[in-house]
Ligand binder design. Sequence first.
Ligand code: ANZ
Ligand code: ZN
Length: 830
Amino acid sequence: MDQHYNAQAIEQATQQHWLDANSFAVHHDDSREKFYCLAMFPYPSGQLHMGHVRNYTIADVIARYQRMLGKNVLQPMGWDAFGLPAENAAIKNNVPPAKWTAQNIDYMREQLRRLGFAYDWDREIATCNPEYYRWEQWFFTKLFDKGLAYKKKAEVNWCETDQTVLANEQVVDGCCWRCDNPVERREIDQWFIKITDYAQQLLDDLDQLDQWPEQVRTMQRNWIGRSEGVNLRFGLPAEPGTEGGEVEVYTTRPDTLMGATYMAVAPQHPLAKAAAESNPALAEFIREQGNVKVAEADMATMEKLGMDTGRTAIHPITGAEIPVWVANFVLMSYGSGAVMSVPGHDQRDFEFATKYGLPIVQVVAKTTGDTDYDTGAWQDWYADKQDTVSVNSGAGFEELDGLDFPSAFAAIANHLEAEGKGERTVNFRLRDWGVSRQRYWGAPIPIINCGSCGAVPVPEQDLPVVLPTEVEFEGVGSPIKKMPEFYETSCPKCGGAAERETDTFDTFMESSWYYARYACARNGSVMLDGEADYWAPVDQYVGGIEHAILHLLYARFYHKLLRDEGLVSSDEPFTRLLTQGMVLKDGAKMSKSKGNTVDPQELIDRYGADTVRLFSMFAAPPEQSLEWSDSGVEGANRFLKRLWKLIQGHVEAGPVDALAANTLSDVEKAARRKTHETIAKVADDYGRRQTFNTAIAAVMELCNELGKLDSESAQARAVLDEGLRAVVLMLNPIVPHACHSLWQQLGGTGELLDAPWPEVDESALTRDSIDMVVQVNGKVRAKMAVPADADKDAVEAAALAQDNVQRFLDGVTVRKVIVVPGKLVNIVAN
Ligand code: ANZ
Ligand code: ZN
């Protein structure tokens, strides 16, 4: 055995052993419970960063632990290989994206190997491979046939100079990243998938995901944004040059209808467009607003802007005429693109009304607390629907006054429904998923556009539509849009000349089903076979919180689409989710632009993979951010060296006697108890709590205890031997190379990978005496040791006999003594 801990040699030998034994290849096995452990696959950017290392170490620890529990564990790896950076790199370095991507994959695969992750490489996937994306194309044609994929016009960023569509990342301060000319918004045909058809299911099934962080579920719930309200119609009187009619609005607060003092429509609303025809100033305002792109999240806080259309609308209940305005905060894509504005009770309406001098009327009042109402100021409780009643409902509608929110909602909704002026409805904030990208480096959308037949899906036998990889990058636009040999084709329906779609899929398409494809990664004849149903759902998914909404929502959606196509039978793809925190340096997120990155490769070269793994897991609980620390890495390395030495010393001292548990001294008993307590704690930390840092701390503590045992005593050495074996088994998921070697040196039987998790010997946990706390009226006044088998009366008596307790009982009467066995005694006295 090596005198010193030589990480590089140990890791190389261990990895070679795993490779020779093909240790991580897994197959269907009905005799064991399956466990599918997956970390979000990386984008092959060039090299691993510390965030990857952390992410993949967490998953690897879980996978290795589950294997020790006897499960059939699948842990695959692959590459989210399409996307914009490859195009940018192609322009910069003059390498085709395919080549750049392949090189990066080769390099990063080696890095992952070097870190010793237990991947079944036989299942490796790269999403840019036609063998992968052909099934996505095939599936898209199925969705098309079902009416779940459709084409509609949608806005894109357009650069007139470069004659190309730009991705959002390519728009810098409203200008093109290449030529710096202002970017326009343009409407072009794009493909969408009807995720809105699944909105309710996606919402309801969040309840099944009780092993997801609550925060992620809440984010998804808000993103889906279900609301219950009423669609109601205001009348539009005919005016010179315009026809009369109705405008529909969506409101979640029909109870405030009596406080609607104006109406606001989106700049793209037909009513706004019609009014603009005879109003140049309004036309200009609408044009300007069309070029502003505001994220929906910023809508609430941005400056409210608007303009009067000059038209009026008729209140559906009172018949009053109210003005119709165009407002920048009304979204054309939500509800009906028009709102009834209630400035008394909606903050946006309030800001707008204050700015433009529109009337503000109170129609809801608080029944508790501060009921003073000042229409010149906004107060949070206006938005509150709890403990409120309707007021000021107006002449003829006094019966509404005094109703609480649900009753007022019902009264007005019933009234409108009876009059045929409105209906109760449910609305979702979720929009259909736009999957077209006008980029080159993506999976071609398998559609042929024919002048007479319209959009025709590419027939199954013609799939995949392969993306040409020998391309010239001239810096602008997608090369395939300039390649007639790619897009000129004939219509599969009528045989006439037609053009292939040159847009490609959003890369979220590939990442939405890769987890299922790993189950049958090499099956060339179907998208998913029975193996997908054996392995799915993923038992443990690990990834960054930045994917809490889109990736996870699309994957959940896709899983339901796969289910409805009969390809899987479960409802959800990921049973348990761990969202890892960020890796920080000097308090800031590591990033190239900040220049505060740490290259994991350097650390591996210097300390070995085990030290890097140990540090990543020890420095913080997985869900919290991890602050980089050089001394932390040093510390992790020192611990491994000490452990190595401890075990080496033990092994060199020769054979060990059999453990005779009932002959042990108190010290030996205590050390043995520590071993078994630690086993129980570490199992709980790995399995239930997923706090790997506390598990490591516990093992370190145990090592300290074990190191103190008397190496001259035969039974102490037996206790040490048992303890060290447990340490190696417990650390195996985290530092598997060192443990592999140490296990052999300790004479452990069989392959450590499959060694069963150590069992807790309950009899080792019993103590001769127990430390208890004594409180008087809830305050700690003494600590005492009582015999482990002392009964309640004996414990009570011992507590009362404590000197310091006596002091606090002086002059008062003991009313009650509460004994919490094994923990504390509380004496109530007055
Ligand atoms: C009157 C009212 C009074 C409203 C009040 C709110 C509070 P959620 O809950 O997110 O569904 N709204 C409707 N369509 C809109 C659109 N296209 N763009 C911007 N806002 C729109 O939001 C529904 C509420 O958002 C609706 O209820 C409407 O304002 C507004 F005290 O109607 B409310
Ligand atoms: Zn045709």
